[in-house]
Design a protein around this ligand. Sequence first.
Ligand code: FDA
Length: 309
Amino acid sequence: MLAGALRVFFIWLSDRRFLGRMAMATPLVRRMPFRFVAGTTLHQAVAAVRALNTTGASATLDVLGESVDDRASADRAAAAYVAAIERIAAEGLDANVSVKLTGMGLDLGDEECLAVVAPIMEASDRHGIFVRIDMEGSAYTQRTLDIVERLRAGGHDVGPVIQSYLHRSVADVERLAVERVRTRICKGAYAEPPEIAHQDRGPIGDAFVELVCRLLEADAYPGVATHDTDMIDRVKAFATERGIGPDRYEFQMLYGIRRDLQRQLLAEGHRLRVYVPFGTEWWPYFMRRLAERPANVVFVLRSLVGDRG
Ligand code: FDA
């Protein structure tokens, strides 16, 4: 009950951009997210990716930023992605990128958004680097899937994210499975009403496994994005039972979360990709991580008080 209320509260905070701006201007608070964020610069993010690659993990780089409502800011965000792709290619890193369309001006209209992402597509095509399109709140689900479809029709190597809490996801995954679209499955990190989304862990988890298994059956190389050991075990069991090798899917986890489990999966011979966010616009991302696990607040406060070095 309390955890549910805190979840809603932190998701509400994630939408309060003025609080984010205030927080980012406060020196002590500015240090808060650094367990979950690789740094503020591309240089720091690249160092994190290099370290992950050394352990055998691949990465996906996320330039933090979302809900941009002017073209100039969206173009700047796209340029940051182009720079990230160029660095991945120049350094031969095992990494791709994850992009949020609201950070690319989706609120300005679909055509505007497509124009903003065009340079990212050009760079990713040139270097053969896959682009994941993250999924945001349900107001954007259909438009995000439509844009992914249009980018794919244009020959670009992109794939969407599907959230298992949404009822519509069964039908969405069925369509993606038929076309063997490389899709990430996650539980979903936004607050959605019961009319459109499961609210309880059980059905969200069951749907998660069902969606992943459908994509495994279709040989669509799903990204299994969770830190939930029960989900991971169920996916592993399905793959073993069907003789589906570990090269036909990858587990995905967030930077700084369940590093023990990340190491364990790699040691077992599984593929693992770590989502590495960086940049100064960390407020909404950080609030969603607190929403998933309110106990993180204690962790963060302790690190502020006890570890100022
Ligand atoms: P669950 O929340 O049950 O967590 C299982 C265990 O993991 C917890 O018991 C805890 O040990 C650990 N854990 C989970 N979250 C933690 C946290 N914040 N801090 C510390 N420990 C934590 N969502 C979305 O809507 N759109 C998207 O595009 C993406 N993209 C994405 C990419 C990747 C690589 C991942 C891993 C996740 C996403 N998500 C996402 C987020 C996802 O929807 C979901 O909110 C989180 O993964 C948390 O759910 P879990 O499946 O990990 O289970």
